[in-house]
Design a protein around this ligand. Structure first.
Ligand code: ATP
Length: 391
């Protein structure tokens, strides 16, 4: 893999766009301490897909963006482009159309990195694989940083094996194998899930079959119901049509009857008008008769009231007569009683006179008695007379 160019913009100390050309043969970078030599190598690792901030000597990946200096403001993004010669067409099939590959990594503050190969956006994994296939990459032992040689001598056998595999050009295969294993595991998981889904679909299918049978029965029954409803509706329609015809006949008859009645009514109205004319004098006579009748009724009422007063008077007089008759009977009885008393007194008087004649010594006493008896008799006579006069 032949790198042609490394272009940096906003990456670490390279705030302005800087192009680093890598010509065939050996290319060296010379400069004083802190001028940014290591930053260039880090830019190379970074564009190859390095994902460890520590390997970039940074706290977080955003720290690779130019952080500002005394006279320059900080930037919000950094971009590194690596141009690779692909004239021998050894790139993966997906990117093998062009003689030059341009790999771009860009980071925006807070938004993470994006990768493009020849303008097409790709995954970080695709970029890492591209370099792994060429036995290089961000972690490749081909890129040796300061102090790394002594680190490699003291490294574990596993890490040394990586260097050997890298040298043998099979590290890409390892990466692919790992990827294939991951895919295989994912496929197995998918298969298990598919079996579950198939089971679920099986039970759903059974349920749907049941529902389909029910729907079929429902359709048949609906059709029967519709047919029956149709028959019922036809029968009702027939009945309604008969009724309508009957009603039309009746209506025609009724119209005729109405017309007849209207004619009769017109005749009756004419006759009524004529009768009205004839009735006018009768009405006047009726009014007069009514007035007379009213007056007669008043007279009748008055006479009835007088009759009632006379009847009451007769009744009262009849009562008086009965009472007088009773008084007369009683007083007649009293006269009779008084006459009896008188005749008894006359007897008594005679007896007294006889007694006086027979006993002159008792004469004064008997004369007093005789006088009393006489006075009583006179009084009784007067009473009898009074009673007789009353009777
Ligand atoms: P040495 O020879 O000592 O190893 P060097 O030439 O490799 O030095 P680097 O270590 O690559 O130099 O660069 C260090 C410089 O980069 C320092 O001046 C540091 O301020 C600057 N620098 C690092 N990160 C940033 C950043 N995010 N923004 C601005 N400048 C940065």
């Amino acid at each position: 893999m032949h790198f042609q160019r490394l272009r940096l913009s906003g990456f670490k100390s390279f705030v302005d766009a800087t192009e680093f050309r890598i010509e065939p043969g050996v290319t060296g970078i010379v400069g004083p301490n802190g001028c940014g030599k290591s930053n260039l190598l880090e830019a190379l690792r970074w564009v190859m897909g390095a994902n460890s901030a520590k390997a970039m000597r940074a706290g977080g990946m955003d720290d690779v963006i130019f952080a500002g200096s005394g006279g320059r403001a900080s930037r919000n993004h950094a971009e590194v482009t690596l141009t690779i010669d692909n004239t021998d067409r050894r790139a993966p099939a997906a990117f093998n159309d062009h003689p030059v590959l341009e790999v771009v990594r860009r980071i925006d503050k807070g938004d993470g990195s994006t990768y493009r190969i020849n303008g097409r956006e790709v995954r970080a994994r695709d970029v890492q694989l591209l370099f792994a296939d060429a036995s290089t990459g961000s972690n490749s032992p081909a890129l040796v940083r300061q102090g790394q040689i002594s680190e490699l001598i003291a490294a574990k056998p596993q890490n040394r094996r990586m260097i050997l595999e890298e040298a043998a050009g099979v590290s890409g295969l390892h990466t692919r194998r790992h990827e294939a294993e991951l895919r295989l595991r994912a496929a197995e998981t998918n298969l298990t899930r598919l079996e579950d889904v198939a089971k679920e679909l099986e039970s759903a299918l059974n349920r749907l079959r049941r529902e389909a049978r029910q729907a079929d029965r429902y359709k048949k029954m609906s059709a029967e119901i519709r047919a029956l409803q149709g028959a019922v509706l036809y029968a009702r329609w027939n009945e309604a049509r008969g009724a309508a015809e009957r009603l039309q006949t009746e209506a025609a008859e009724a119209i005729r009857a109405v017309e007849e009645t209207a004619r009769e009514a017109a005749g009756a109205t004419t006759r009524a008008a004529a009768a009205e004319e004839q009735i006018k004098p009768l009405r006047e006579a009726e009014t007069i008769a009514a007035a007379v009748l009213h007056r007669l009724a008043i007279d009748k009422d008055r006479l009835e009231r007088e009759g009632e007063a006379l009847a009451a008077e007769v009744e009262r007089l009849t009562g008086d007569v009965s009472r007088i008759d009773a008084d007369r009977a009683r007083e007649t009885q009293m006269v009779e009683d008084a006459q009896l008393a008188l005749s008894r007194m006359a007897g008594d008087l005679e007896a007294l006179e006889t007694a006086i004649a027979a006993a002159p010594e008792r004469a004064p006493e008997l004369e007093a008695a005789a006088r009393a008896a006489e006075a009583a008799r006179v009084e009784a006579d007067a009473a009898v007379e009074a009673l007789a006069a009353q009777a």
